[in-house]
Design a binder for this molecule. Structure first.
Ligand SMILES: O=C(O)CCC(=O)C(=O)O
Length: 318
């Protein structure tokens, strides 16, 4: 039995995203939230980023304003590696079934993270496409953003530009620098078309890798936390190192592994500099006014990302 209605599957193809309510059970949601509450509480004991991922980077990222009295955990990298609850939801829940239906049937795990926006968090995420962070040989990639809290118009909701996945890849580079977000002059136009992703905790938003999206500051007293899992088709091979290396990377989630890399039908993918872009920073989560960027980035990067292709399956199913 399909996990998505025909209307939902069609929305992913035409708009580049779909929001599915009740993607996890109430028990799964409660267990995810309980682990997260414990991590937030534990963070009170630290004043700098802590924990260690397999590449040596910290597991837990703190906001600059974090304190024991007002804990402000900003991101947890690959929680599936340290919590059986998160691993099980990433691999065994309905979310994985939905991803397999959209970009499978054979899908692999790529990475996961929790993005937190505590009450009154100024953190915004500039408009971007995830493909620049996770380039693969084809576009059958599903980014699943599970709402751990209700997402409302006040608490830093996600905004997606419908249909943007059909317009090709936009550069996240400016003047030779990887800035991680689309240029302001392009954003002005895109923003007019953006749709808010609102929903109850337990809903999942699945994004196409070229869907333009971002989010604003949290102006409310409620937190807005997302558990984000990236899945790829078994025959989508990474063209750059993972932004968040982890021990589950490449593990099959559904179906059979592939011995072949499927290439896009037509692609002019300029990847010069992308390794550095990916390794240095995952996403530019900057308070307004703060420059996005990163020291140590390459002097030059792709000026023109010429990939013009919607998902192979999307094209052929349409
Ligand atoms: O946490 C957010 O608000 C956005 C996350 C996002 O855009 C991403 O992970 O690609």
């Amino acid at each position: 039995m399909p996990f998505l209605s025909p209307v939902e599957a069609e929305q992913f193809r035409t708009k580049g995203y779909v929001v599915v309510p009740d993607a996890v059970t109430p028990a799964e949601l409660a267990a995810l939230r309980a682990d997260l509450a414990a991590w937030i509480d534990e963070s009170r004991g630290s004043s700098a980023n802590y924990g260690e991922c397999i590449d040596g980077r910290p597991r837990f990222d703190l906001d600059a304003t974090h304190s024991a009295a007002d804990p402000r955990l900003r991101r947890i990298n690959n929680p599936a590696e340290i919590s059986e609850t998160y691993r099980r939801v990433a691999f065994e829940s309905r979310i994985a079934d939905i991803a397999a239906e959209l970009v499978g049937p054979d899908i692999k795990f790529h990475h996961c993270k929790i993005n937190l926006k505590p009450p009154r968090s100024p953190t915004r995420v500039g408009y971007h496409q995830d493909f620049s962070y996770t380039p693969h040989t084809n576009l059958d990639i599903a980014e699943a953003l599970l709402l751990l809290d209700d997402m409302t118009l006040d608490n830093g909701y996600l905004k997606v530009v419908p249909g943007s996945h059909r317009d090709g890849q936009l550069t996240l580079w400016r003047a030779g620098t990887f800035v991680g977000e689309i240029a302001p002059e392009q954003v002005t136009e895109l923003e007019k078309r953006a749709e808010p992703i609102l929903g109850k905790a337990g809903s999942v938003c699945i994004l196409h890798p070229l869907a333009v999206h971002g989010s604003d500051a949290n102006r409310s007293e409620a937190s807005r936390n997302l558990f984000i899992c990236c899945y790829t088709a078994a025959d989508a091979l990474p063209l750059a190192p993972s932004p968040l290396p982890n021990r589950f990377e490449g593990a099959m989630v559904r179906g059979k592994p592939s011995r072949a890399a499927r290439q896009p039908l037509e692609a002019d993918l300029v990847l010069r500099g992308s390794r550095a872009a990916i390794g240095l920073r995952q996403h530019y989560m900057t308070p307004p006014g703060e420059e996005a960027g990163d020291a140590g980035r390459p002097a030059e990067g792709p000026r023109n990302c010429g990939l013009r292709q919607t998902s192979y399956r999307a094209q052929h199913a349409a």
